[in-house]
Write a protein that binds this ligand. Structure first.
Ligand code: BG6
Length: 490
């Protein structure tokens, strides 16, 4: 099955940080695939902008080389050549005037109406790029700016970045990426909830006993130690990806699948999160740090060795027990966990329904609760665990078995990378899957007291061996409530 391709209007896309890791690994491969599938209109242009003193041809060669390395499929020379025709390069310095006139010349007034500036740079450069874009008259009514996380490291720094962007762009021109929102199954969560009559009547604390959100990675910090030392798992993963997932599970049905309607509802969830601070964090939060152990590929060093800082206190694992204080969710815990160097790469949401209130099958039949498991990656799919009778004459033996839907099998189509979807949404001017300023700041406002509590606490992160499911206290966090983290065999 081939997905339906609707062409987008011709656009100019300038990628600041065009020679960086994000550009080569994610953005160019995503753009190439959209081009390859025929989604671009004639006249589209992609301009890499960075300090490197490349010429256009040298840049095209590097893009070609990295596309062959990072795009998943075999690439035909003719396709690649056609794509590279769209690619240009401008050498410029964000912090000075060097090169900006050249960029302005490449973007004449009669250029494409849709103009997108992608800031694949550190957040410390966001304000400077925005100011230069304004100073050189490059912001047209059809312009939009795309920024990557981390948007700040706390509520105050996020507000500063947002102020700098907001000084020259209107809020509806600012696209803040959380690439988890571009993942196919994350969007499917909204389809599942709001396009089926089955779940929504049960989607509340009266019927849902607990929700689990796990984002587990096998990788360590992979050469990003300097960044990670200033971040840690709470800032790197929880403030954005996990809270966004929580919002999608917990939000009220928006009136329409439109940017502000969806974002209004997500914001309400963030504002309803029960605070975690010095008074309760020991009961609600576990932080861990991996030590030397084993990954799938063999022995691996611990986090302190990975970042060359023997005394580091930075967490590589977080588990939280969170409540959403509103009418729908009062009393239902949301257990969140994420970590690096865990035994397998898996991201999933598990919604556990309350058990039947009375079993007609007697005490000898153990009835397990209905569970909905939404697998975001890998092997995207949905499982609904039900109690069913085992086939066979005589007796009433029952088993917990899943109705199992695997997207790749069901739709016979590859799941596009999040960036493919998100980049095209920017060009179309659809901000539904992007974060609004108030959401980002509300998420930080909830995260900041947790960090402050840590800073004041004598407790260090608990260690866990690489290749295990985090510190023992993470297991205890759910066991204290008589529960366990979901495992496939449950
Ligand atoms: C990024 C984090 O936002 O998400 C990384 O900065 C993390 O630390 C990555 O590895 C995980 O993304 P994905 O799409 O591989 O689950």
């Amino acid at each position: 099955m081939v997905s339906r391709i609707v062409k987008v209007a011709p656009f100019d896309l300038v990628v600041f940080g065009g020679t960086g890791d994000l550009a080569y690994r994610k953005l160019f491969p995503a753009l190439f695939r959209r081009f390859h599938d025929g989604q671009f209109s004639d006249g589209t242009r992609i301009i890499g902008a960075a300090r490197h003193d490349y010429g256009r041809e040298a840049f095209r060669e590097t893009v070609a080389k990295t596309l062959r390395q990072f795009a998943l499929e075999a690439i035909k020379d003719a396709d690649l050549d056609a794509f590279l025709e769209l690619v240009d390069y401008v050498s410029l310095d964000i912090g000075s005037d060097a090169g900006w006139n050249v960029l302005a010349e490449r973007l004449p007034e009669d250029a494409n109406e849709v103009r997108a500036f992608y800031l694949a740079t550190g957040p410390d450069r966001f304000g400077a790029v925005a100011a230069q874009l304004a100073a050189y008259g490059l912001i047209t009514p059809g312009s939009r700016i795309i920024v990557e996380k981390p948007i700040g490291r706390d509520a105050a720094s996020a507000a500063k970045i947002n102020d700098a962007l907001g000084a020259v762009f209107a809020e509806n021109q600012i696209y803040r990426i959380d690439h988890y929102l571009g993942k196919e199954t994350v969007q499917n969560l909204m389809a599942l909830r709001f396009a089926n009559a089955l779940f929504e009547p049960l989607w509340n604390s009266g019927h849902i006993e607990s929700v689990e959100i796990t984002v587990a990675e096998t990788i360590g910090v992979e050469g990003r130690g300097a960044y990670y030392e200033t971040s840690g798992a709470l800032r790197d993963m929880v403030q954005n990806h996990l809270l966004q997932l929580l919002c999608l599970v917990a939000m009220e049905p928006p009136a329409a699948f439109e940017a502000d309607a969806v974002r209004d509802e997500k914001l309400k969830v963030l504002k309803a999160l029960a605070p975690i601070d010095a008074s309760n964090y020991e009961a609600c939060v576990v932080r861990g740090q991996y030590r030397a152990g084993a990954s799938a590929t063999g022995a691996v060093p611990g986090y302190p060795e990975d970042v060359g800082n023997p005394g580091t206190h930075v967490e590589t694992f977080v588990a939280l027990k969170v409540f959403v204080n509103n009418w729908r969710w009062a009393g239902t815990p949301f257990y969140l966990r994420t970590g690096k160097r865990l035994p397998k790469r898996v991201s999933e949401l598990i919604v556990s329904f309350r058990n039947v209130r009375h079993s007609i099958f007697g005490p000898e039949v153990k009835i397990l609760p209905t569970r909905l498991v939404v697998r975001l990656q890998p092997d995207e799919g949905i499982k609904l665990w039900l109690m069913l009778k085992e086939p066979g004459a005589g007796g009433m033996r029952m088993r917990h078995v899943p109705l199992d839907m695997n997207f790749a099998e069901a739709f016979q189509i590859y799941a596009p990378e999040a960036y493919e979807r998100l980049l095209m949404d920017v060009i179309r001017g659809n901000a539904t899957l992007f974060m609004r300023r108030d959401e980002v700041e509300a998420a930080w406002a909830w995260i900041d007291p947790i960090r402050e509590a840590w800073n004041q606490s004598p407790l260090e992160p608990r260690f866990y061996l690489a290749g295990t499911w985090g510190p023992a206290s993470a297991t205890a966090l759910v066991e204290r409530d008589g529960r366990s983290w979901y495992e496939e065999s449950n």
